[in-house]
Design a protein around this ligand. Sequence first.
Ligand SMILES: [Fe+2]
Length: 398
Amino acid sequence: MSRAIGNLLARMFTFLVPTKIIFGLNSVSKIREELDRIGARKVFIVTDAVVEKAGLVDEVKAELPSGLDIDTYNRVEPEPRLEIAEDLATAVRSIRPDLILGIGGGSVLDLAKIAAVMITNEGSVSDYCKSILNIETFRSKGQSTILIPTTAGTGSEVSNTSMLVVGGMKIFLRSRFLFPELAIVDPKMSLTMPQKVTAATGLDALSHAIEGLMSSNSSALTDALALKSVELISQNLIKAYRDGRDIDARTAMSLAAMMAGMVLNAGMVYGHSVAYTIATRYKLAHGVSCAIPLSYVMAYNLSTCVDKLQKVAIAMGENVSGLNPEEAARKSVEAVQRFVHELGVPTNLTSIGVPREILPVLASECLEKYHRPNNPRVMSIDDAVALYNRIWEGRPFG
Ligand SMILES: [Fe+2]
């Protein structure tokens, strides 16, 4: 048996995406028959003011059958706080719709998922936020949910998590009941996304793909999705960033982000942990906070995943001919740094104003609050401090 096959057979894995996906240009037009199938009459739309102003809610409403009872909640904020989730839970319980329709970016979709379970589960949202990682705390399946992403990055439309900010800290709700029933991924809905949001959300997807590849819980299934996603992102994100109307690039990014969303099955590693320690402190979009540490965490893990990072380099179009596997893997780190920089996103901690003195605080928070047993290389506190120093200085290999 070859070593590669042996490795595949030796690893048990679970993979869960119970969501029906309808993907493609103009797929929003399918919503009418899906509503008939579900039998929904009372629809509760979860969105935000920006998405509403861009006309995207109206675009979806135009495809809905007439005679529906429709309510709209548009108060979702970026990096939503617990208070907003509680407000939404009160609103949705007073209406008791038979369908939740989330139209927006990751924050909106995360909250739409929470709205759906808060109809069928008792108590307040805070009852389900007792730790950083709240696993399977909901007891009942939520109301039927359809999610329509308007960005291309978070993968929330195919994931079982919702993120909330509680007392300045990022916490996660993770439950099989948070998967939506249906995701309609129509690249047309992402055409109005501003340049900065395009870059940040696309880099979040790249982080999901590469961190998932490095995770010790990865599988042949997540690896395949991750590598294809890396290839699509490296070929299309800069195009979509430069010309938001480039429908081919937008389509490729919608697909890549959704595939990377499924890679979340493998679990994220220390890139996302570092991101959580800097995002709220320095008011960074989630994707930006993930993009900054990504290449450094790749460099840190390199010795444990040479083969995979070599594949990332190839997927990103790097010329690795004549290089040994480690040299080729190092090319992936350089490629990611260049890519992030080309998208106008910082590649170190100095440029976002992080003082050097705070690095040990961030490092211990990273290990204590956002520990990753699935990171392929063990990280001690000294390792973490050294990692933060490298990110601060802008030198992935020290
Ligand atoms: Fe993320």
